[in-house]
Each structure stands twice: as structure tokens, then as C-alpha cells.
Design a protein around this ligand. Sequence first.
Ligand code: B12
Ligand code: SF4
Ligand code: SF4
Length: 294
Amino acid sequence: MSATESFAGDACVARTNPAREFVFALPCLARPLNGGPRSAILLGCADTPVIQSEHMPNKRPQSMKALRKRLEELAHSAGVRVFGVADLEAAEKEVPGLFERVGARFKRAVVMGMPLSPAYLEGAVDAPTPLYFHAYRQLNYRLDDAAYVVCEALIDEGHRSMAVAASQIIGSDPPKGHVSHRHLGAAAGLGWIGRSGLLVTPRYGAQLRLVTVLTDAPFEAGTPLPFSCGKCAACVKVCPAKAIRGKPEEFDLAACYAKLTEFTRIQYVGQHICGVCVKACSPDNPGRAAVGRE
Ligand code: B12
Ligand code: SF4
Ligand code: SF4
């Protein structure tokens, strides 16, 4: 049931599994004050898989292809421009403990990206700017919303699913997320892990932010792209912490983190952000291999 549905007439109660919250509409019994509204609609959101409303037609399970197409459309209308699927069963063999911080196992990761307009990055020459901070924060909100839309559509189709925050940090030394969006994006074939350690995509370079929905829906997964930084070393040259050394595995996380801690003191920034290596990683960089360029 969506919040835009309405109910004429009597109270309607959506049936739900006993452990869940439910969603219902009440006819208002009180006399309307000054011609005010005659009924109140109370909407609740279930925490986890959910709801079979009496008003919801019995849906036939969709084919994975059709479901994926629908999800891509939903995601696109929420602002997502890059969409792919990673096979987690295969990834878990390579990365034991992949689900340790998630607490539950899943089959696939739907990884989605929203581009960051280069205009926000113009001022980020050797440090982040308040404008970049604004774009960073807004994209995180929008990615989290898009992930919830996709996650709920999957749940409605009966697939156990969970959205992982775009930028939530748990733990320190070094800080981590629940899962690594960029590694999952690479496994999904959206791009490759560049010299900077960021996910570099054919269309946007590293100028995009990411989010993931973990699911049991057995979508066909993508195939990883080869490392394609080619002769480009734009990020190596500009990094103010000299943290980018050439090979992704040589990235100096401690140096980057120390610099970002310094940047938290910039007025109107206040976060561990930077943007300099993101700005450097444009899809038009000379020297970058032509793989997958659109
Ligand atoms: C913590 C964090 C940071 C920390 C630490 C970064 C780091 N290198 O780990 C700090 C504050 C330093 C940081 C800095 C930056 N970050 Co940051 N950060 C995150 C965050 C929240 C978690 C990353 C994480 O868990 N890292 C620890 C992981 C990598 O380590 P791990 O779990 O031990 O994983 C290892 C293995 O287990 C394995 N692995 C893990 N999962 C998987 C999955 C598969 C399939 C495989 C094969 C392997 C594998 O590979 C890993 C490396 O050995 C993510 C959001 C997210 N949830 O992904 C954003 C994120 C990585 N950050 C991002 C960005 C843009 C930045 C900055 C540019 C800052 C900024 N916004 O201006 C810099 C760039 C630094 C750099 N060059 O890497 C973007 C990257 C987008 C992109 N295009 O790649 C992300 C994805 C946020 C987002 N929603 O878009 N970040
Ligand atoms: S690696 Fe770290 S310090 Fe260097 S440019 Fe990227 S975010 Fe900034
Ligand atoms: S700026 Fe160039 S070298 Fe650095 S990650 Fe992007 S493509 Fe690779």
C-alpha cells in the first residue's frame, strides 16, 4: 500500500503479519471543527516484509527480468543513473566475512549511483568547499530514499531485502560501512577500482555517489570490468595528502583520513570529506583506457 492510496467510506485495515506494524485508515468519529476535515488517515510504515492489504490485488510473481526493469525505472525516476547487480554468493567466497557487519546473508546486491555535477567540485582545488558538502549531503539523502523505494518494491514482491545507507560509518580505525558500495559496484560491473580506490565508471568517472540494496531476489549479475585507469594519474598528482600512490592496493588510508580530519575544521564543512580525487577523476581524462566508454 502506498501513502498516496486513499480509502472512501468505512475504515479499512490492511492485514499484516502479527509481528509487524500495520497501516490503516480511520473514519473520523469526532464532529468536524469549523468545517474541518471529516476523516483522518493514519499511515504506518512496516520495518520489514509486510503487508497484504485487502485492497491490494493478488500479484503474480514477476519474472526477474521484468522485476529488474521495473526497479530500474523506479530508481531512474528517483535520480539513479547507474544501476547494476553483484552476485554476493560468489563474492562471499572471495571475501569471507562479507556479511559480518550486516548480520544476515543475501544473494545479490543492487548497486546504484547518482552523478555528482562537476559544477559542485569546481572549488575543490585542494580542499572541500561548503558547496561540495551540500551536494554530498543531498546526494546521500536522495540515494537513501532511492534505495528505500527499490527495497520496498522488492519486499512487496516477496524478496527479503535491506537498504544499506549511502554514507553511514560504523566503527573507527579505520572507519567502515556495513558493506563497501564501491567494491560491490565493481563486482556488479559498473566500473573498476581506480588508483584512488574509488569506483571509476565509464560514464561519470568517479564523480558519482553510491548506495546498495541487499536482496534474495536472484537477478542475473553483472561481470566485472578490467582495471582501466590506463596512463591516467590525475588523482595521484592532486591528492593533498599524497595518499594515492599508483596502484589501488597502495592507497594510504591513514594519510587520507588524517587529511580529512584536518578538513573537518573548515567552516561550513565539518565532515570527513574532500572531493579533490573525485574532481580529478573525470570520464574525459586523457590517458584513461577507452574501455566501456559510452
Ligand atoms: C568509511 C568511509 C570512508 C573513510 C575510509 C575510506 C576507506 N578507504 O575505507 C574515509 C573517511 C577516509 C573516506 C574517505 C573518502 N570517501 Co568514503 N566512504 C566510507 C564508507 C562509509 C565505508 C567504506 C568502507 O567500509 N571502507 C572499508 C572497506 C573498504 O574495507 P573492508 O570492509 O575491510 O573491505 C575490504 C575487503 O573486505 C574487500 N571487500 C569489501 N567488500 C567487498 C565486496 C566485494 C564484492 C569484494 C570483491 C571485496 C570486498 O575489499 C576491501 C578492501 O580491501 C563508504 C560508503 C560505503 N558503505 O561503502 C564511503 C565511500 C567509499 N566514500 C566515498 C567517497 C567519495 C570518499 C571521499 C572522496 C571523501 C569525499 N566524500 O569527498 C574519500 C576518498 C578516499 C579514497 N580515495 O578512498 C564514496 C565513493 C564513491 C566512489 N565513486 O567510489 C563512498 C562509496 C560513499 C558513497 N555513498 O558514495 N571514506
Ligand atoms: S585520497 Fe583522500 S586526501 Fe587524497 S584527494 Fe582523495 S579524499 Fe582527498
Ligand atoms: S583520476 Fe585517473 S588514475 Fe585516478 S582513479 Fe580516475 S582514471 Fe584512475
